[in-house]
Write a protein that binds this ligand. Structure first.
Ligand code: IPD
Length: 267
């Protein structure tokens, strides 16, 4: 895709994110139907409805591009580009009426050699928080924007001054990995935050609100857009694939805190 096509993809992804965001806003306080409830996760009927709406908008303008979403896949998996969608990131917050959740949409390009996630690169990213009406966007190679204004990561280099967000995944392996980090970091940073929407955690680092974010056990749709936005805002997006479909552990930083935060996650 040339720059014109990428700009068009961004515009369509923004339209889709705003459309799903409006549905979220309308339903924040409504009684919500759950399709699945397990100990640390809830899947809502509205997740599916939001994804369908997003797919419809994206596929209308780009019928040849496949979709990989939290709520299912569509189209030809061998296409050169794919949309990676989390229709509602922060579903548990949203289900409980907590207005901290977002829509995340990335466009990824196949670079090869294999069709694993490592063979793809995000080229467009959109994260939309419908409750604060904040829209983060990025096109690879250009500056990341928040509501059309350029953003940059923070310049704090000392852990003692840092606000660090941690994520606690829905699986025991991820929880077990992160709990000791909480115990350790809580004594060394200014504040720990645990907000429950990974895509927002990433764009908060991109915007200089947080200095870092770590979680083990995230899925590709949680991170594909926010990771690109972070890089386009001058940050560093360290990630490592975990066994299992589209699973990762990640450390997102302003770059200056990379070593201090990625070392504890390795292995
Ligand atoms: C979840 C959120 C949460 C993170 C979980 C994710 P979902 O995504 O991003 O913050 O801790 O690991 O699965 O399920 O709400 O889209």
């Amino acid at each position: 895709m040339n720059q014109r096509d990428l700009a068009k993809a961004l515009k369509v992804a923004v339209e889709a994110a705003r459309g799903a965001g409006a549905l979220m806003r309308k339903n924040l306080r409504a009684v919500k139907k759950a399709n699945l409830v397990v100990q640390h996760d809830i899947k809502l009927e509205l997740d599916v409805r939001c994804q369908k709406l997003i797919e419809k908008i994206l596929l209308k303008s780009f019928p040849g591009i496949s979709v990989l979403g939290e709520e299912g896949v569509a189209g030809d998996p061998n296409s050169q580009y794919r949309w990676v969608i989390d229709p509602i990131d922060g579903t548990v917050n949203f289900a409980y009426g907590i207005p901290h959740a977002c829509v995340s949409i990335a466009l990824q390009e196949f670079k090869g050699p294999s069709r694993s996630d490592a063979g793809y690169q995000s080229v467009v990213g959109v994260v939309y928080d419908p409750f604060c009406d904040e829209l983060w966007t990025a096109i690879r190679g250009k500056t990341a924007l928040l509501n059309n204004k350029a953003i940059h990561v923070s310049n704090r280099s000392k852990l003692a001054e840092a606000v660090i967000s941690l994520g606690f995944s829905k699986h025991d392996a991820g929880l077990n990995k992160m709990l000791p980090k909480l115990q350790d970091l809580a004594h060394r940073v200014r504040k720990i935050r645990i907000m429950g929407a990974a895509a927002l955690d990433l764009v908060y680092v991109a915007s200089g609100r947080y200095d870092g974010f770590m979680e083990s056990g995230l899925r590709l749709w949680d991170i594909a857009a926010g990771g690109l936005i972070l890089e386009c805002a001058g940050g560093e997006f360290w990630n490592e694939a975990l066994p299992g479909d589209h699973s990762f552990h990640i450390a997102a930083t302003n770059g200056l805190l990379r070593k201090k935060l990625t070392a504890p996650l390795r292995g």
